[in-house]
Every structure is written in structure tokens, then in C-alpha cells.
Design a protein around this ligand. Structure first.
Ligand code: NAP
Ligand code: ZN
Ligand code: ZN
Length: 364
């Protein structure tokens, strides 16, 4: 069958081949080995041998259907790094042997105002997620990076700086861009006090990036055991958020707060830390709504905002920024067979600070 370029106009069937992967058949079921289909590369596609894939808390939310809308089988994973093993005839950005990265999106309409502005994550038609999205090529769902390979249109593939440790670079593809984008959007920089709430995968990247952007960084954590690490990662101060006395020190003092907490928590507590015109941006996406008191916002003209990953050009900008500043993630490498245990540890906030799967383990 002739392969054709992906368009927003609907399903275009192309041939595919089997690939080994790890995923789940139901919200309550553990992840296990599965066989999925990957399309044969179209002229605009690259085929990537996946070497490492980070484990984002969104993988867990989706695998367990906490955001309602997971279609099974589900193969998570959107912090993908690997090597290009084949390229279509019209591919111009990559050649066989290049390092490559794929983040949370593999396509979008490419025509709406947002796509034209490089904000593909907010595509009016809806971006195509790396997993659990409709797959217009094979007519099934997209399957993520817990797999031996992936085929992606080169327009959604990133160049990886050669000077960074490859496994520790994988988390930049989601945790990195999800924190870089709001820090840039709200102009974080020198002279500003910036708070980071929740020292997990996203939070620890936010600390490194905000520090590299020149801000004074304060970490708010529920885990006393992370105090030393927070300072090592670059924080100027660390606050135990459960202790009202420690929290008081920053009432009305912060210019910007990035909230990267994955579970229910009281955001009114954090809003009270903002100065006049300060913003709290949510990147953490708990399953249930977070109540907000009007008087947490009104007295200081505070803003409550949200931010979703980042566009492709901005993701490349972030990777280049990390290459220049030598920034990667602090990782704990696991084999794919340890993924269910890793999810349980994520739920306990017990990760320092990102699990990364060595995809060679899939072949064991
Ligand atoms: P993670 O590594 O599990 O980190 C979450 C952190 O939140 C924990 O380490 C913990 O930090 C804190 N925490 C957990 N449970 C808590 C509770 N009950 N109360 C207070 N704090 C708690 O997760 P992640 O991968 O960084 O992801 C964080 C959130 O961002 C998830 O909801 C994920 O789905 C979302 N996300 C959003 C986007 C986006 O585009 N907006 C992209 C990626 C991920 P401490 O121990 O320091 O308290
Ligand atoms: Zn993610
Ligand atoms: Zn669009």
C-alpha cells in the first residue's frame, strides 16, 4: 500500500509491523508485555529505536484512567530518546544514526492559529498525544514509548544535544518542557522569588531551570527527606509545607509559583504566598477539582493559571538551553519489568527524581 503524508483530514491507513511494548489492558490491571503495531514510515516519518523512556506521573494517571478517557490497551511513555534507524524519502532534518527525542505530541492539525504560532499543544483540533490519542495512520490508538520503537513525522521529532547523558535527557521531553514553558511565559528571571511546589519529576526540573534563568528559588515540599536534595538541585531555601510556621515566612513574598503536585492539596495555602499581581501556574493535574477561595485571589490581585507542556519549537529551545547549561534530570534507571513497582513508588512521592526505563530490558 502506498504511504502518504499525515493530514488532519482523517484516517490514512498504511501498513505496519509488530513491535514489543509494555502496557495495560485495564485501569486495575498491571502493566505487562504486549505486541503493538507501528506503521511503516511514510516519506515524512523517521523510525526510532527507543533507548530510554522516562516515567511521568501522567503515564500513571492515564494507565489507571484517572483522567477518564483511556482506551485500552494503553502503552504509556512520552519521554522518549533513541536513535534513528530509518528515514522516509522526504525527511530533511534527520539521518540514520542521529539521536532523536519525542515528547508528549506526535502530530497536530498544523493549520490553526495556534499551530502556526508554534503552540501545537493547544491546537484547535486537538494535538495528537504520543499515547492514548486517535491514530490517523493505523486507525487505532497511538502507543507511547514503553516500546522498542516508534515511528513519528519528523516535524514532531527533536534533536538531542550530544553533550548530555542520554538517559538523563529523556525526562526533558516532558518534565523539562512542561516546566520551562511556564517559567518563560511568566518571564521568570533575576530579581524574582519563584516557588516550586512538589519536588518530583517536574518539580526538580523546575528548580534547575528557574535557577539557570537567574531566579531565587524556594521549594515547598511535604517530604522532610528531600530538604538536602532541594538545595543540591539549586534551591535557595526549602520549606516544609505542612508546617504553618515555615510557610509564614513567605506570605505575600513570591512573584511566581509553579505547582507540580499530582494529588489533592490545598492551593489556597500556596496562593497566600503570592505578592500583588503574582501568579500560581498549575502544571500538576490531580484527578479531582481543587477548591479555590475567592479571597485567596482578590486581596492581592493574584492570578491562578495553568500550562500544558510546550510547542515543538519551544521544546527544541529548551533542549538547546539544557545543552548549553549542562542540565539533565536526576534519574533512577529501571528495567521495564519494574514498572508496576515504580508506579507504586511514584504514588508515595518516592522518586529521586525521575524513573527512566532502560529499553534494552524489553528484549530480556
Ligand atoms: P511526581 O514525580 O510523582 O511528583 C509529584 C510530587 O508531588 C511528589 O514528588 C510530591 O512532592 C508531591 N505530592 C505527591 N502527592 C502529594 C500530596 N498528596 N500532597 C502534596 N504533595 C504531594 O509527578 P510528576 O511526573 O512530576 O507530575 C506531577 C503532575 O504534573 C502530575 O499530575 C502529572 O500528571 C502532571 N503533568 C502535567 C503536565 C502538563 O502539561 N501540565 C505535564 C506532565 C505532567 P513532595 O514530596 O516534594 O511533596
Ligand atoms: Zn508527562
Ligand atoms: Zn492546530
Amino acid at each position: 500500500m502506498e504511504a502518504v503524508r499525515s493530514t488532519a483530514e482523517g484516517v490514512i491507513a498504511v501498513n505496519g509491523k509488530d513491535a514489543r511494548a509494555f502496557g495495560t489492558e485495564a485501569a486495575e490491571a498491571p502493566l505487562q508485555q504486549l505486541t503493538i503495531k507501528r506503521r511503516n514510515p511514510t516519506p515524512y516519518d523517521v523510525e526510532i529505536e527507543i533507548l530510554f523512556c522516562g516515567v511521568c506521573h501522567s503515564d500513571l494517571h492515564t494507565a489507571r484512567n484517572e483522567w477518564h478517557g483511556t482506551v485500552y490497551p494503553c502503552v504509556p511513555g512520552h519521554e522518549i530518546v533513541g536513535r534513528i534507524v530509518s528515514v522516509g524519502g522526504h525527511v530533511s532534518k534527520f539521518k540514520v544514526g542521529d539521536l532523536a527525542g519525542v515528547g508528549c505530541m506526535v502530530d497536530s492539525c498544523r493549520e490553526c492559529d495556534y499551530c502556526q504560532e508554534g503552540l501545537e499543544q493547544y491546537c484547535e483540533v486537538g494535538n495528537i498525544g504520543t499515547y492514548n490519542s486517535p491514530d490517523k495512520h493505523l486507525g487505532i490508538r497511538t502507543y507511547g514509548g514503553y516500546s522498542e520503537s516508534v515511528v513519528v513525522d519528523e516535524a514532531f521529532v527533536l534533536h538531542i544535544p550530544e553533550n548530555l547523558d542520554l538517559a538523563a535527557t529523556a525526562p526533558l521531553l516532558c518534565a523539562g518542557i512542561t516546566t520551562y514553558s511556564p517559567l518563560k511565559h511568566w518571564n521568570v528571571g533575576p530579581g524574582q522569588k519563584v516557588g516550586v511546589v512538589g519536588l518530583g519529576g517536574l518539580g526538580h526540573m523546575a528548580v534547575k531551570l528557574a535557577k539557570a534563568m537567574g531566579a531565587e528559588v524556594i521549594v515547598f515540599t511535604t517530604s522532610e527527606s528531600k530538604f538536602e536534595d532541594a538545595r543540591r538541585l539549586g534551591a535557595d531555601d526549602v520549606v516544609l509545607s505542612k508546617d504553618p510556621e515555615q510557610m509564614k515566612k513567605y506570605t505575600g513574598k513570591l512573584h511566581f509559583l509553579l505547582d507540580a503536585v499530582s494529588a489533592q492539596h490545598d492551593i489556597n495555602l500556596y496562593l497566600s504566598l503570592l505578592r500583588v499581581d503574582g501568579t500560581l501556574a498549575l502544571v500538576g493535574a490531580p484527578e479531582l477539582p481543587l477548591p479555590v477561595a475567592a479571597f485567596s485571589l482578590i486581596p492581592y490581585r493574584r492570578s491562578l493559571a495553568g500550562s500544558m507542556i510546550g510547542g515543538i519549537a519551544e521544546t527544541q529551545e529548551m533542549l538547546d538551553f539544557c545543552g548549553k547549561h549542562g542540565i539533565t534530570s536526576d534519574i533512577e534507571m529501571i528495567n521495564i519489568q519494574q514498572i508496576n513497582e515504580a508506579y507504586e513508588r511514584l504514588l508515595k512521592g518516592d522518586v529521586k527524581y525521575r524513573f527512566v526505563i532502560d529499553m534494552a530490558s524489553l528484549k530480556k
